[in-house]
Design a protein around this ligand. Structure first.
Ligand code: PMV
Length: 316
């Protein structure tokens, strides 16, 4: 194979991963469950080249950059002897303004492209295990739709991988409110390690996260939007509360994040079925149903609306 291209969607966790039991292997302290974002994601092409080169959204990256180091270390999983030089071109279809992390879709697309390029024919399970080692949440970005990452028990991580859930919830909608921020965010890796090490709430968080995961799985099976939304929002709030309790406190929120949350809570009091979730950044993501789409557009005109099941839940 002289060239291989793959696409992977970004994902948002409804029940979150925050805390590693093994930092080198990205093994989580609790399981998590996400929804993939359809056509918002990453396309990656791997081709033969004279020297190793990495392009991100058209720009050549210095081999010394942190991201490039992570990428080349990841390529070693597929080519430990480094005999073949490669050009890796990675392009995000996530609008920068959406402020969504691209590391999950980036490592998932890279895993799939390398698997084809080196004709490895790894199983989906092995691909998820590999992607996890690039970025934990990348193990969930190999599929569209709902994806469950079981935490596993083994020290080698061979039982810690994701699987797609058979559900096609076409009425489900997501929107992203981009909260502008000039402050530098703490990388999720550093943030979760700090939280796990210093927050007295951490063990409560991991226990509750496992319960939330099971509640959300059941809500997906029974198409119970209220339970899904309530649990996803509570899960995100508890994850952030656990960070607030870290010493020193870790806070990804901006003033606008709280303003957006209060707006959501007010609308809910008025009877609108809308719920919020947040990740390792200030942006607020909304969960709602198709019937409320125009209402949500009127309330949050700048939010990017996403229909995650637009083209049906395809698998790769
Ligand atoms: O996979 P990472 O290291 O980017 O961490 C992801 C952490 C959260 O986005 C906050 C939660 C999650 O489960 O995706």
């Amino acid at each position: 194979m002289t060239e291989a291209t793959a696409y992977a969607p970004a994902n948002i966790a409804l029940s979150k991963y925050w805390g590693k039991r093994d930092k080198a292997l990205n093994l989580p302290c609790n399981g998590s469950l996400s929804i993939s974002l359809g056509e918002l994601g990453t396309t990656t092409t791997v081709r033969e080249a004279e020297t190793n080169q990495l392009r991100l959204n058209g720009n050549l990256l210095s081999p010394d950059s942190g991201f490039a180091r992570k990428v080349w270390a990841f390529v070693d999983f597929f080519q430990p002897d480094r005999t073949q030089s490669l050009l890796i071109e990675t392009t995000n279809t996530i609008p920068t303004a959406a402020g969504l992390a691209s590391s999950a879709s980036g490592f998932a697309a890279l895993t799939l492209a390398l698997n084809t390029f080196f004709a490895r024919q790894y199983s989906e399970r092995d691909l998820s295990i590999l992607a996890r080692q690039g970025s934990g949440s990348a193990c969930r970005s190999l599929w569209h739709g709902f994806v469950l990452w079981q935490k596993g028990e083994r020290v080698d991580g061979l039982d810690s991988y994701a699987t797609p859930m058979a559900s096609d919830w076409r009425d489900l909608r997501i929107a992203v409110i981009d909260v502008n921020t000039a402050t530098k965010k703490t990388a999720s890796r550093d943030g979760m390690n700090h939280t796990a090490r210093t927050s007295p709430l951490f063990s409560r968080w991991t226990a509750q996260a496992e319960r939330d995961l099971s509640t959300i799985s059941q809500a997906i099976e029974s198409r119970d939007f209220q339970t899904l939304g309530e649990t996803a929002e509570a899960n995100a709030m508890m994850m952030h509360a656990t960070m607030f309790a870290a010493r020193p406190a870790l806070c990804y929120w901006q003033e606008e994040s709280l303003t957006a949350l209060r707006h959501v809570w007010q609308l809910r009091e008025e009877g609108l079925m809308i719920y919020a979730t947040m990740d390792a950044g200030p942006n607020v993501k909304l969960l709602f149903q198709a019937e409320d789409q125009s209402n949500i557009r009127a309330q949050f005109p700048d939010a990017l609306q996403i229909n995650p099941f637009q083209d049906g839940p395809a698998s790769f």
